[in-house]
Design a protein around this ligand. Structure first.
Ligand code: 5AD
Ligand code: SF4
Length: 440
């Protein structure tokens, strides 16, 4: 048996992919280990979303390379988005790297590793139009055995002008509904209580089964949620241009589909959205949010925002702040624009907002979100929520933490409750990041 250590960066999809990678290698005589210095094979599953994300991985890989001095047999592989985007350039930058595998090459890892016996460096970065790993049962090696990700589609066809994903993850393809259902039922049997369906763009889910029935995302979500009423269901990520009344009605009708939604805004200015190739206006987005809130009044919405995209004026930035206030997000992932080589924006527009202006705008966005998160949480004081307990609080063994359907973290004294149970908790206090409550 050889020891495998995987370190994962980036989005939830990457974490799900690492479980596929572990599964592939475990069936070829590897076992996962928790520490890099024990490993015979280190795989770093990487993210290319920004220059900073890539720099972090380069620095970490240089650090890990030094382990080769102690273990002459150690092999190091870079997998995922950076392997796909940078390809041979990575070998030039990182002396100690032996293997590159792109997001669609994970089935081929055993063969690549075997090739390493004869070759100094091996690489497979071919993208596929059909790979969904549908028959691979992910090995949940870092799981809490309560909540799991299930990948439902891969790739992206949207080509937002700032984004590298269509280049690193290739074209959209949907995993067969039967295999998604099978994996989810299997999780239920193993005692999992929550599943999050993942795709770069879940609204593009489109699958025709053997009887010719076409499945779109609302069909899939509704069907599976009905089959597993005792499990919570979440999903990410939705594109605002595609989110439909039909989908929101499925969410509203099915109790176990959680009332939280991640709906990336990116910018509140229609001019910037157009340059970003987002295919919706500020007004379209706000109208959709209104529709969603009218059908699911207790929904909590989160978002992604980019500060300082090409040509963004002070006026555009203010429009982003005002749209954020209007939607009233409970949480946001906030980024400084980072030009990615090869994207439409890199080809067409000047990255002309000075770094200090980007930084200041990002800071204003972060401060606004901090305040909004706190206000959002304050409105939960006195309310009672169903909380799925995920584990013990970091601060005290006497406290548990879990999540509300809205995806907010709640900490409370444990009483007789245990992880994996769903309990009622009344909210008594909060910070911007956490609700504090008491078992009812
Ligand atoms: N620069 C900054 N942020 C980016 N994102 C994607 N590409 C870039 C980029 N080039 C952000 C978007 C996306 C999230 C996953 O990452 O907000 O929704
Ligand atoms: Fe990063 Fe995007 Fe790749 Fe996820 S899909 S790892 S966010 S570049």
């Amino acid at each position: 048996m050889k020891k495998l250590y995987i370190e994962t960066y980036g989005c939830q999809m990457n974490f799900a992919d690492s479980e596929v990678v572990a599964s592939v290698l475990v069936s070829h005589s590897y076992i996962p280990v928790a520490y890099a210095d024990e490993a015979d094979l280190i795989l770093i599953n990487t993210c290319s979303i920004s220059d900073n994300a890539e720099k972090r991985v380069l620095a970490r890989t240089r650090e890990l390379q030094s382990l080769k001095k102690r273990n002459g047999n150690l092999k190091i592989g870079i997998i995922g988005c950076m392997a796909e985007r940078m390809q041979q350039e990575l070998f030039e930058k990182l002396e100690g790297v032996d293997l590159l595998a792109g997001p669609d090459s994970y089935r081929n890892l055993p063969q690549l590793l075997a090739q390493l016996d004869a070759e100094e460096r091996v690489s497979d970065v071919l993208l596929s139009t059909s790979e969904t790993y549908e028959d691979i049962d992910p090995l949940r090696f870092q799981s809490n055995y309560i909540s799991a990700f299930v990948s439902i589609m891969r790739g992206c066809n949207n080509f937002c002008s700032y984004c590298v994903v269509p280049y690193t993850r290739g074209r959209e393809r949907s995993r067969p509904v039967e295999s998604i259902l099978k994996e989810t039922l299997d999780l239920q049997e193993k005692g999992y209580k929550e599943v999050t369906f993942l795709g770069q763009n879940v609204n593009s889910y489109d699958y025709s089964d053997s009887e010719g029935k076409q499945w779109r995302f609302p069909d899939l979500l509704g069907h599976i949620a009905k089959q597993i009423p005792s499990m919570r269901v979440r999903y990410a990520t939705s594109h605002p241009k595609d989110i439909s009344e039909e989908l929101i009605e499925v969410m509203a009708a099915q109790d176990n589909i959680c009332n939280s939604l991640h709906l990336p805004l990116q910018s509140g200015s229609t001019v910037v959205l157009d340059k970003m190739n987002r295919k919706y206006t500020r007004e379209d987005y706000l109208k959709k949010v209104e529709m969603i809130k009218s059908k699911i009044p207790d929904i909590a919405i989160s978002t992604d925002v980019i500060a300082g995209f090409c040509g963004e004026t002070e006026e555009d930035h203010k429009l982003t702040l005002s749209a954020m206030k209007e939607v009233d997000y409970y949480y946001a992932f906030m980024f400084k624009y980072s030009e990615r080589p090869g994207t439409l924006a890199a080809k067409k527009f000047d990255d002309d907002v000075p770094d200090e202006v980007k930084g200041r705008r990002l800071q204003e966005i972060i401060e606004l979100q901090q305040n909004m998160s706190l206000e959002h949480n304050k409105r939960d004081l006195g309310k009672t929520f169903e909380v799925l307990i995920e584990g013990y609080s970091k601060k005290s063994e006497l406290q548990l933490f879990g999540r509300t359907p809205q995806n907010k973290v709640v900490v409370f004294d444990k009483g007789n409750a245990k992880p994996s149970e769903t309990v009622k908790v009344i909210i008594e206090d909060c910070t911007a990041a956490t609700l504090m409550g008491r078992l009812v």
